[in-house]
Design a protein around this ligand. Structure first.
Ligand SMILES: Nc1ncnc2c1ncn2[C@@H]1O[C@H](COP(=O)(O)OP(=O)(O)OP(=O)(O)O)[C@@H](O)[C@H]1O
Length: 486
């Protein structure tokens, strides 16, 4: 069956011309003269791709695009505009458009964009299908830390044991929770999530347990809570360390007895729910400070899975970057980008305070902004937050005693330019002398730490600094050690 393309434009003659053109190329077409009609069509009938104008009178194309992607996240949308600015194109891409075409449309270019979008869609569906068949976790990482996590998931998932997942933000705690659910006997049941930090304290009880009509102002109808919704499935309590004290004791009761009452309700409801909790806090410290109940901690912490920060498992970076790059290129309808070894070295030396989430966003930005087919070292340097990117260190010589090779001037990061490239040197007006010196010191220390794989003793030795002094310097410059010292 030919693919169905929905064309959205307020100009009738454009709708008709495009429709004819696409029909000649073998597509079925649906026409919508406004954003609202487009939304109605997509809600009512299956559509394989959308071709939409940006400028429309009632609802502009970008607004419709945002609504469409919320409605059907996987539906490929190609935007077109006669007044296309780079800003609009970037915004459209960020909102999930697969491509951006300038009017008047060249027929060939339109057909290529459409073919690519549909091909990409088919490939993504195939990938999802394969992943489901293989029963693999949707997680990347071949290093020892991830392997430990996979093995824990495999052993823990089939049990009914409660799991506490710990780790910094963006390290993949939710993915672990989902993998536990997908590999449990409850996988046919619901996976329900509540972020305890995101709900106002006075609403959290009704979020968890639901409420009866009239239980409080605003409770206009009966509402089932997350526990009820997760019946025969898994409830993922994210940021459990932020749960208010009063709620902690109520939660404890449900965990002990499997029973609850809706807010304002008298009936006791029985629920069968496996709870998986996650936190970025040190709950033992929270207990010591009197902010978290010890008995609740033991209830939720039958098995603990720790997800280490990305800077402690840099060995996973190549796989993660490769996966995210492929996904982001496919999502943005462009050919897969290759990563040069220099770019990988730069990206591997950064410490990712936002962990895998930050890496994913950075790579997505690369897929949008990188112009050539290969991500160069300069692309990577431009991508990383200022002052943090690091040029690659020369490989340590094995068994030889050749002096360390100084990186060529062109490799210097912007902050170090004054010292490194006398020819192209320009005075910096945006930083004081002291700030420039600190930037240079920070860069030297980061380079050496990257070179020694975060072995502080070795780094201090290379720089001929006393270890204690080196630590103090790191602290003063706001640097943290990414990996334990050997
Ligand atoms: N091992 C991994 N493989 C692939 N993607 C990953 C991995 N770990 C994390 N991600 C991706 O990183 C992002 C953050 O992951 P996730 O939301 O699971 O982290 P989190 O620790 O629960 O974060 P937070 O504490 O902020 O809620 C998501 O886009 C997720 O898909």
């Amino acid at each position: 069956m030919p693919a169905a393309v929905l064309i959205v434009d307020d100009e009738k003659n454009i709708l008709l011309t495009l429709s004819q053109s696409l029909q000649l190329a073998g597509y079925r077409t649906e026409l919508a003269s406004s954003g609202q009609v487009a939304l109605d069509v997509v809600s009512a009938r299956p559509v394989d791709a959308v071709l939409m104008d940006v400028k429309m009178p009632d609802m502009d194309g970008l607004t419709v695009l945002a609504k469409l992607t919320a409605l059907k996240p996987d539906l490929p949308v190609i935007m077109m505009s006669g007044h296309g600015t780079i800003d609009t194109a970037v915004k459209a891409t960020q909102l999930g458009a697969r491509d951006f075409l300038e009017k008047p449309l060249a027929r060939d270019r339109l057909l290529v964009a459409l073919r690519n979008a549909l091909k990409h869609q088919a490939a993504m569906e195939e990938l999802q299908e394969l992943r489901a068949q293989l029963g693999r976790f949707d997680m990347v990482g071949g290093g020892p830390a991830m392997q430990r996590i996979f093995s824990l998931i495999q052993r823990t998932a089939p049990s009914e044991g409660r799991v506490l997942i710990t780790g910094e933000n963006g390290t993949g705690k939710e993915l672990i929770a989902r993998a536990l659910h997908q590999h449990s006997k409850r996988k046919g049941g619901p996976f329900v999530k509540l972020n305890c930090a995101a709900v106002p304290h006075d609403l959290i009880e009704s979020e968890l347990f639901g409420h009866e009509k009239g239980a409080f102002t605003g409770a206009v109808s009966v509402r089932r809570g997350k526990f009820e919704l997760a019946h025969e499935g898994t409830l993922f309590l994210d940021e459990i360390g932020d749960m208010p004290a009063a709620m902690q004791s109520k939660l404890l009761r449900v965990l002990q007895e499997g029973e609850l009452e809706r807010v304002g309700g008298a009936e006791t409801l029985k629920v069968d729910v496996r709870v998986i909790a996650a936190t970025n806090k040190n709950l033992e410290k929270e207990i010591a400070a009197g902010r978290f109940r010890e008995d609740l901690y033991y209830r939720i912490n039958v098995v603990q899975i720790h997800s280490p920060p990305l800077r402690e498992r840099r060995e996973d970076l190549p796989d993660l970057i490769d996966t995210f790059l492929r996904e982001a290129c496919a999502k943005n309808g462009r050919r897969p980008l290759a990563l040069s070894p220099d770019a990988l070295a730069v990206m591997s030396a950064y410490d990712y305070p936002g962990n895998v989430r930050e890496l994913r966003n950075l790579v997505e930005r690369l897929a949008i902004l990188c112009e050539g087919p290969v991500v160069s070292r300069t692309d990577a340097l431009e991508l990383l937050p200022r002052g943090r990117p690091l040029p690659p260190m020369p490989e340590p010589t094995v068994g030889g005693d050749a002096p360390p090779v100084a990186p060529p001037a062109a490799q210097a990061v912007p902050a170090a330019e004054p010292a490194a490239s006398a020819g192209g040197w320009k005075p910096r007006v945006d930083q004081t002398f002291r700030e420039q010196v600190e930037d240079a010191e920070r860069e030297i220390i980061q380079r050496v730490l990257a070179h020694t794989h975060d072995n502080v003793t070795e780094a201090a030795r290379i720089l001929d600094l006393e270890r204690g002094h080196f630590y103090k310097k790191m602290k003063a410059l706001g640097l943290r050690r990414g990996q334990s010292e050997a």
